[in-house]
Design a protein around this ligand. Structure first.
Ligand SMILES: [Zn+2]
Length: 337
């Protein structure tokens, strides 16, 4: 019995050893495989990450534009995306967007941005400006060609353009003691001024008021004759308070006219009162209001009206407290000598 018992114990020991080896070995084996696998994956991940950080796209798209300034008039839309293109190193087809608010129906200067973003989130941006001029301007925007005009800014931040010897402020032709027009400028009243005048005449008639032109367009020569006569009569200092030197008369611009009665007492008459209160509705301004001689350079002239379009006229009318062109835009009206 004892011998058999001993033999069994020996087999049992071997058996035990095999079981023990299996118990330790299997997990060790799988464990090793698992850890080796894990390490392999991590290495692969790391190398992937490494590749990414080396080749990540950080280059912005490139926006190409031919103009940074668009000019148009109220109500005339222009295609702001017409001449702008975008390219990117990713060879993606990107679109250009416009950032900022603008309104073709409302005059003003709009500072805007073209932007383009690629799929990696790189954003390119280019500033540009849209200028929407008021209706009633005299400047023909199509005549502005790069290099044929000069610009400046008035003391109140408005845009001045000098083109062919003529100064335009925000598109309005200016003739006062500081600014003149060339000798050969003008032939007649401007078309738009005539049309607005006819509208005003019709409206006045409904109120039983007659409006008529005493003096409309005046050429350089005509003004020369008038001014020289005034100088002969009262001297230069006196003449300069009410008569423009040739080239400086607003009458030569084709936008101004003396209406009904060239006399200060016009303000007391029904027609003078009607013009004072209603002309702005048709785009006309009282150009030389009372008490503004230090701004306009001229004495009060209740008969002299100038066409500027309804928008500016309404601003300058200012509920009857006329603002002068000089004050509004920040201009002087002083002869150089
Ligand atoms: Zn006049």
């Amino acid at each position: 019995m004892a011998k058999r018992k001993k033999k069994l114990t020996k087999i049992g020991k071997i058996f035990f050893c095999i079981i023990a080896l299996l118990i330790i070995g299997i997990p060790l084996c799988f464990g090793t495989i698992y850890f080796l696998n894990k390490e392999e994956n991590t290495t692969e991940n790391n190398s992937l990450k490494g590749r990414n950080s080396v080749n990540q796209d950080t280059e912005k798209p490139v926006i190409t534009l031919t103009t940074k300034l668009f000019r148009t008039k109220v109500g005339n839309e222009v295609d702001l995306l017409k001449d702008v293109t975008v390219t990117d190193n990713s060879n993606e087809n990107l679109t250009v967007n416009i950032e900022g608010d603008y309104d073709f129906g409302s005059s003003g200067t709009y500072n805007l941005k073209y932007t383009a973003t690629d799929s990696s989130g790189n954003k390119a941006s280019e500033d540009f400006t849209l200028k929407v001029y008021m209706n009633g301007i005299n400047l023909d925007l199509s005549k502005l060609v790069e290099g044929n005009y000069q610009t400046f800014t008035t003391s109140k931040g408005y845009e001045g353009i000098e083109l062919n010897g003529i100064t335009y402020i925000e598109g309005f032709i200016i003739a006062n003691k500081t600014y003149s027009v060339p000798e050969d400028y003008g032939k007649d009243l401007e078309e738009e001024t005539k049309n607005a005048f006819n509208k005003m005449v019709a409206a006045a008639k409904l109120d039983n008021i007659n409006v008529n032109i005493q003096s409309g367009f005046r050429s350089y020569e005509k003004q020369s004759t008038i001014y020289n006569r005034h100088v002969r009569e009262g001297g230069t200092v006196e003449a300069d308070t009410y008569s423009a030197r040739p080239g400086h008369s607003e009458h030569q611009t084709g936008t101004a006219m003396d209406l009904n009665w060239i006399d200060t007492r016009l303000e007391e008459r029904a027609d003078g009162k009607w013009l004072f209160a209603n002309a702005y509705k048709y785009g006309f301004i009282l150009r030389y209001p009372e008490g503004k001689t230090n701004e306009t350079g001229y004495i009060y002239e209740p008969w002299h009206y100038r066409y500027v379009g309804e928008e500016l006229a309404a601003k300058l009318y200012n509920n009857g407290n006329w603002i002068t062109v000089e004050d509004y835009f920040g201009l002087t009206s002083v002869y150089e000598n």
